[in-house]
Design a protein around this ligand. Structure first.
Ligand code: ZN
Length: 417
């Protein structure tokens, strides 16, 4: 990769050298979710303030997407379900480096096991250049000993034969966060794609920046539902996104609340917005970590999707979701039996992910009855516009807006009436 873009980078690094990445704030996430009959696509990648970096990330995503489409049309067979998932990790390592890791997951009925690949690099924000791990290792010999020792323990736990560790780290993918370097070493085995070796930061020439800690404590609000009046639950999937704030604004305008089924991987990027979501009396539910088709996952991967999301929400928001909305609304016994979270689907689909006209979305959202759950997505402006029609009209019709937990509570209260 360095060869390809080397020349452009040299030219651009002069321009970029004035840019400093002091802030750890991200510019956002680009999300592409497509749910056609047999092709399920969920792509998330970071959009940074560095144009060349964005271009490189976009190039990778586009190439992967095109390869997947090719395979879908020529190899997987058009009648079969196939899934492409691209997810990322983004860490500001210090005031110079950004660690970018892109995870690709491809599954199809024609594959016996899902394909997993990782693409990663370090971005030098000051110079606008790209680096691999060997560029920042302090002592290559020590590093190799460390990796070999770690791998030996892994062979024992995985029950596999030893693989050769080359003397150079090479182009193995990696992620650097505030505590460690995670190195992904290809196993060459279909059951698990990579051995993961965690290496302390001391082995590398990198600094460390302290994350600003703002203590946030979640205090649940007391609900005031009148069980004798009609209730309706608005729900938003696939967020948070940059539109979540706008959705929240509309909810506040009419003093109503809703439930947001979020993707775990997007939570840190929009933590501040989500804190506001909670303090305004809304509920947050779990919608998986990165929108994989949950009903197709094996037990371990399924639990990982659910638990990672629970953990990240707890860490970032001091809040524990009690409900789960399986991706694509696809639910089976494996999901039912492996999670203590309450599974919440919907009864009214506004199709706001497909219909472009906000009035048409609103029309669908207004065809409701007492106790309905409306599905929307906080990912488009048209949804925000449709809400501005739906909410006042339903308030006029005497509906109380409740979260999905409050909806359950209402059912209980009504039984006691
Ligand atoms: Zn979804």
């Amino acid at each position: 990769m360095r060869k390809k873009i080397g020349f452009i980078i040299i030219v651009l690094s002069v321009i970029l050298s004035i840019c400093l990445c002091k802030t750890t704030q991200n510019e956002g996430v680009t999300t592409i979710i497509k749910d056609s009959k047999n092709m399920l696509i969920a792509i998330n990648y970071p959009k940074t303030k560095y144009k060349t970096l964005n271009k490189e990330i976009e190039r990778y995503v586009e190439e992967t997407y095109n390869n997947f489409k090719d395979a879908y049309e020529n190899f997987f067979g058009l009648g079969n379900k196939a899934e492409l998932n691209i997810d990322y990790e983004y860490h500001q390592v210090d005031d110079r480096y950004l660690s970018i890791t892109l995870y690709t997951y491809i599954d199809s009925h024609t594959l016996s096991l899902p394909l997993k690949t990782i693409y990663s690099f370090l971005y030098d924000c000051k110079k606008g250049t790209y680096h691999l791990l060997p560029d920042i290792v302090k002592n290559k010999k020590e590093m190799n000993v460390y990796i070999k020792d770690s791998l030996k323990q892994k062979y024992a736990s995985y029950g596999t034969e030893e693989i050769d560790v080359p003397n150079e780290l090479g182009a193995w993918p990696f992620t650097i966060d505030s505590k460690k370097v995670s190195l992904y070493i290809p196993t060459g085995k279909p059951e698990f794609a990579y051995y993961v070796v965690h290496i302390p930061l001391e082995y590398f020439e990198i600094g460390h920046i302290e994350k600003e800690e703002k203590a946030f404590q979640y205090t649940p609000k007391l609900s005031t539902i009148d069980p004798t009046a009609k209730v309706i639950a608005l729900t938003f999937d696939d967020g948070p996104t940059k539109y979540t704030k706008d959705v929240l604004k509309i909810l506040k305008k009419y003093k109503v609340t809703a439930t947001f089924f979020v993707l775990g991987n997007k939570v840190p990027m929009y933590a501040e917005t989500l804190k506001e979501v909670l303090t305004s009396g809304n509920e947050i539910g779990n919608h998986s970590y990165n929108h994989k088709l949950m009903s197709r996952l094996d037990k371990d991967s399924l639990l990982e999707q659910i638990d990672m999301t629970q953990k990240i929400i707890k860490e970032e928001l001091d809040y524990t979701p009690v409900s789960l909305r399986p991706t694509y609304g696809s639910v089976n016994d494996k999901i039912r039996n492996n999670s203590s979270l309450k599974i919440v689907l919907w009864t009214v689909d506004t199709l706001d992910w497909k219909i472009k006209d906000s009035k048409k979305i609103a029309k669908r959202g207004l065809k409701v009855k007492d106790g309905d759950i409306i599905l929307m997505h906080d990912a488009k402006e048209r949804t925000v516009k449709a809400l501005d029609i739906i909410i006042p009209k339903l308030l006029e019709e005497g509906y109380q807006f409740v979260t999905t937990s409050e909806l359950e509570e209402t059912k209980l209260l009504r039984k006691r009436l």
